[in-house]
Design a protein around this ligand. Structure first.
Ligand SMILES: O=C(O)C(=O)C[C@]1(C(=O)O)C=C[C@@H](O)C=C1
Length: 276
């Protein structure tokens, strides 16, 4: 089974993929952006993909939500990975000499307090592991990468400072995507669903109506996120995650009511959470 994720070797996405697909025969296919992972799944180049969608400290990974809007893919799984960030450097590099910290923006955002404390400049890379690889290739002693211990081993780097994330509760949730919902999700009542709701006209109480529909049907919401429509300033679409599987009658009812009110409702997936 071909599984796509953000590379190169040593990313958190790789760790999530390895742990999630532990029992499967996997052929890893790495891409240099989250968008390309979604595209590969959409175009049928791979069987599945795994992408980060939300971090406990930084919130939504907008590269993923925006990519979900523009690709015809189906979320079939969810996995939560504990994330411990390390400052990695070439062997012998000292913390007092570090002037620059390199990583992917969501990882840099998870250790803002640390980078501020050491007065370092930040530089963006396409992944934590891409930053680690660059530190090694450029043999820099005045720069460090924010990445995992796994990346340190992969690129022969040392941990200069351990656990630099702003809070110990740090974790990232990933979604597992496929081209179409091939398998019926066996829920046992524990499934969640994700909907993308787009209002078709602007009127007062747009969001209140959506929330009232779910609350009046007794459907618990587990996540809500708004993203700009990118058509007009101040107009949004909403990601709504429910504690109800796709086959739940109340959820189907909610969708029908919202459509009657003139909302465009797209089901993005239905899945069960797995702790990694
Ligand atoms: O760069 C990586 O290692 C990734 O897998 C991406 C990513 C993210 O963008 O959130 C995944 C988990 C961590 O939150 C940090 C980085």
């Amino acid at each position: 089974m071909k599984i796509a994720y953000l590379g190169p070797k040593g990313t958190f996405s790789e760790e999530a993929a390895v742990r999630y697909f532990i029992e499967d025969d996997v052929e890893p296919i790495m891409y240099s952006s989250i968008f390309e992972v979604l595209e590969a799944v959409d175009e049928g180049k791979v069987d599945k993909g795994i992408v980060p969608i939300e971090n406990a400290l930084e919130g939504t990974i907008t590269m993923t939500t925006d990519g979900l809007i523009h690709h015809d893919v189906w979320i079939e799984g969810e996995a939560v990975l504990p994330v411990r960030l390390q400052l990695l450097g070439n062997p012998g590099a000292k913390l007092k000499d570090i002037k620059e910290v390199w990583s992917i923006p969501p990882a840099l955002a998870q250790c803002r307090m640390f980078t501020r404390e050491i007065h370092a400049e930040t530089k963006h890379y396409s992944s934590t592991a891409a930053a680690a690889e660059a530190i090694q290739k450029e043999a820099r002693m005045d720069a460090g990468a924010v990445a995992s211990e796994w990346a340190a081993e992969t690129f022969g780097l040392e941990v200069i400072q351990q656990d630099i994330h702003d809070n110990d509760c740090n974790s990232t949730r990933f979604v597992i995507i496929t081209k179409s919902p091939k398998h019926r999700v066996e829920t046992g009542g524990k499934a969640k669903s994700m909907l993308l709701i787009t209002p078709t006209e602007d009127r007062p109480g747009l969001l209140a109506i959506i929330l009232n529909v779910f609350s009046s049907l007794g459907i618990n919401l587990t996540w809500i996120e708004s993203r700009p429509t990118k058509k007009k300033l101040g107009t949004y679409r909403f990601f709504i995650e429910t504690a109800a599987g796709i086959e739940d009658d109340q959820l189907q009812r909610a969708k029908t009511i919202l459509e009657t009110y003139g909302y465009d409702v797209r089901t993005l997936g239905s899945y069960i959470k797995k702790e990694l």
